[in-house]
Design a protein around this ligand. Sequence first.
Ligand code: ADP
Length: 488
Amino acid sequence: MARNLRVLFVASEAVPFAKTGGLADVVGTLPDALKDVGAEVRVLMPYYGMVKQGKVPTDVVAENLEGYLGGTPLAFNVRTPASGDYPFYFVERDEFFERSQLYGTPRGDYFDNLERFSFFCSTILPVCQNLGFQPDIIHCHDWQSALVPVYLHHRWQEADVLKRVKTVFTIHNLAYQGLFSKEKFPMLGLDWSLFGINGLEFYDQINLLKGGIVFADAITTVSVRYSEEIQTPEYGYGLDGVLRTRASSLHGILNGVNYQEWSPENDQLIPAAFSAAKIAGKAKNKTALMKAFNLDPKLEKAPILAMISRLADQKGFDLVAAILPELLAQDLMVVILGTGEEKYHRWLAAEAPKYPGKLGVKIVFDNALAHLMEAGADMFLMPSRFEPCGLNQMYSLKYGTIPIVRATGGLADTVAPADPAAGSGTGFLFSDYTPEAFAAAVNAALKAFKNQKQWRRLMQNAMSQDFSWERSASAYLNLYKLLLAGQD
Ligand code: ADP
């Protein structure tokens, strides 16, 4: 193809405009990386209250276009950033999107999320028609945009502008599926025949994610291992059967890391820069980290084990709780930064005073502190129950903070098992989701730490890993090309 491939991303969040999770990083970062390999990407997302109030002013580029809810037409505007090089378009309909949050408040999800996001999906056709944008690929992300492939098959078959388009649907986390009561099905504007086992029905409810899985031309997950795992009952959240039927169209493409932001050589948020060649600077960060968490200066030579995480069941905090007393009986320090479920807030608040100078806990979202922890700690804990990709272990590798991870999803794909005596590998892995298996991995790491020469070697191995966006972008581009060539 002589001209650049044209891609439309449809997503519910993207940095720098609106973010609740890793999805926003992917959607905000991948377009630039794709541009570098020769694709022209535009991103369509809702015009949330936080976009409206954000730093980037926008202009209306199309007014009074017509989306729909069920069979009812509903008007909307399209906006773009007034200046700068952002390839973004925003769907403006305040009734749905001018809210304080994206999906709900701490008290629960917004009651009309099905209406909000099915309307959002309905806008794709009028946006492309009105802006004269004829995409080759529409790339949808997570349940909020999963109706687009369904509409392409069942509402928009006659639309010229989308006639030859192929769809990619990326699952960033299978645990979030967009489940709604079947009474709302008429809101989708689809025939009831699609509410069935081969359509959007899931145990008598509507499952929007399933629509994306069934009707997209290709499905991707954010690591290869996760794409395999979700085809099993243990990880499939009830969708493993459907995913198996699409196995030949299911691909894993690992997320990248933004090394502009996350590399110890040029990190503006840490007290001392360092690199594999000049590793001494890491010690200064350790001292600063110990201060930040009020850790006992006498333990300076002992390792710091860090954890930065959403406080959610997915992340393996029950395993951490199970081994913590035994762990902290040794000469070491543990620092934990996270926010999330109330039960974990209470648990951590109760644990911290029991181990003064050894256990540091901060229940806040603090990006600068996250950088300091990556820079100053010696080891990083990620005992996740499941992990679609995971970013922190990749950051840890770059900062020479040896990851101790469960061998699942993206963790298994990015951390190579260490053999300290042989000088190979980048981290410590365990398979069984049990406190014993986790403790064994931690103990292996602690043992290796005692031989600083061997440990240095592991740090060097870890720091030389490269998980840049360039690699991911090339993999997506290849997939797009395969689809357009009719080979997938
Ligand atoms: P997930 O997307 O499942 O939450 P990831 O490891 O993929 O997990 O990404 C989490 C991101 O959020 C990382 O960049 C991590 O540093 C950041 N993060 C999570 N909790 C906090 C916190 N309390 N303070 C600062 N950053 C955090």
